[in-house]
Design a protein around this ligand. Structure first.
Ligand SMILES: [Mg+2]
Ligand SMILES: [Zn+2]
Length: 185
């Protein structure tokens, strides 16, 4: 049952969920120029449906390239603004840190989800985290959310404990709507 007066959200990882990852020398990475930003068109449709269902859409993305000196904050914010606009997100939070910074926000830590929930009075136990990495699923689980793993076929171990798996965000929409309705109580 949802806490009285609290809303529900879908927390969305960015790279691999909203925009296509960039493959560099065989590694899956983030766009480092605006030209490399390729929006996933079916995710726009998915976001429209979820938003119309009354869910807050909150992006939560690790961007350690900032801490590593490979991109500027200004660049990340430019890309984030474009994605926010195209997807109709309510908020897009990013973590600029690397592991050595020991921050509260870098996934698998749940800091960005907690901050987003606070901003919109969200019931985390009635909300969903969607991501293409084990770190996303672990962040969602540690925040008490239901979790959706977007399986892009990476050569990395599958996350443990995901509640649902889909090939992209659009295909996860029916499960998400069903789950948030059930948990609304
Ligand atoms: Mg990702
Ligand atoms: Zn951080």
């Amino acid at each position: 049952m949802t806490g009285v007066g609290l809303g529900q959200a879908v927390f969305l990882d960015r790279d691999g969920v909203l925009n296509h990852p960039v493959i560099r020398e065989g590694n899956v990475q983030s766009p480092r120029t605006l030209d490399e930003l390729s929006i996933i068109q079916s995710s726009i449709e998915a976001c429209n449906i979820l938003s119309e269902a009354g869910l807050k859409l909150i992006g939560v993305t690790n961007q350690p390239d900032i801490s590593r000196g490979k991109v500027s904050r200004e660049f990340i914010e430019t890309i984030n603004d474009e994605i926010t606009l195209q997807m109709g997100l309510d908020m897009l939070l990013y973590c600029p840190h690397d592991d050595s910074d020991d921050c509260h926000c870098r996934k698998p830590k749940s800091g960005m989800l907690l901050d987003g929930a606070k901003a919109f009075d969200i019931d985390l136990s009635a909300s969903i985290m969607v991501g293409d990495r084990a770190k996303d699923i672990d962040a969602g689980l540690s925040a008490g959310c239901q979790t959706v793993f977007i399986d892009l076929g990476y050569d990395t171990p599958h996350p443990k404990g995901a509640d649902y798996t889909a090939p992209d965000l659009r295909h996860a929409v029916p499960w998400i709507l069903n789950t948030v309705n059930e948990r609304k109580g």
